[in-house]
Write a protein that binds this ligand. Structure first.
Ligand code: DC
Length: 222
């Protein structure tokens, strides 16, 4: 069974998806982390960001693996490193690249064939798993998303002003939504959930009920 959670940055997708996966006994897949790891790998190879063909060639040569919730680049744990603001600023070069996206889609589908997934990203319900049993589009107001992002970064010891976060978020939203391939749009059959006024617990409870109501017989889980 595949559960897709798509939506803009800061809507709470990662935390929600991780908790939901745990409750269901499914594997959690953070596809944003895959784009981030690819960005880090390309940067380390010294790619010319203005040359999309080179970016695609280098990215396709990278070895990106999961070890539980840890992401590995050529066997090295880069889970923390890929969250650095520098990577966030560069990631669009990789995420906007159609050849890279094609490769990512294949990688993600392969993982989906191996196990039940709660997968999180921008294009999971629209492009990667159009046949998914459950598609959720998680969103929240821009102010609330920025506030959460600020808190998340502060927990990692990174302090950025709310204004700067809002500005960058707006830029990213625009980029994510206007991308020619795999843009951020709710799938026609997605359930849109606005989390602005919901607690984390309420969101996860709501989604768990939704998933269980669509779960095939014999997959009731823990
Ligand atoms: O969710 P995140 O902030 O870690 O995602 C990092 C970037 O990757 C973000 O700018 C959008 C992009 N992304 C994407 O294009 N498609 C996905 N399925 C996941 C993320």
């Amino acid at each position: 069974m595949i559960v897709c959670i798509d939506g803009p940055a800061g809507a709470g997708k990662s935390t929600v998806a991780r908790l939901l996966a745990r409750r269901l006994g499914f594997r959690y897949l953070d596809t944003g982390a895959m784009y981030r790891a690819a960005t880090l790998g390309a940067q380390e190879h010294g790619v010319d960001w203005n040359d999309p063909r080179q970016v695609a060639r280098v990215v396709r040569s990278l070895q990106i693996d999961w070890l539980g919730d840890r992401i590995l680049l050529a066997g090295r744990d880069v889970t923390e490193q890929i969250r650095l603001p520098e990577i966030t600023q560069l990631v669009h070069h990789v995420a906007d690249n159609p050849e890279v996206r094609q490769w990512m889609v294949q990688l993600q589908r392969r993982l989906g064939r191996q196990q039940h997934l709660v997968t999180e990203g921008r294009d999971q319900g629209t492009v990667v798993f159009p046949q998914a049993e459950v598609k959720i589009f998680l969103t929240a107001s821009p102010e609330e998303r920025a506030r959460r992002r600020k808190q998340q970064l502060a927990a990692q010891g990174i302090h950025v002003s709310l204004e700067k976060i809002l500005q960058e978020q707006q830029q990213r939203d625009r980029r994510d939504s206007s991308r020619a391939v795999g843009p951020l749009v709710p799938a026609a059959d997605a359930v849109v959930v606005d989390t602005s006024r919901m607690t984390l617990e309420e969101v996860v409870d709501h989604l768990e009920r939704l998933v269980r109501s669509r779960m095939p017989e014999g997959l009731a889980g823990p």
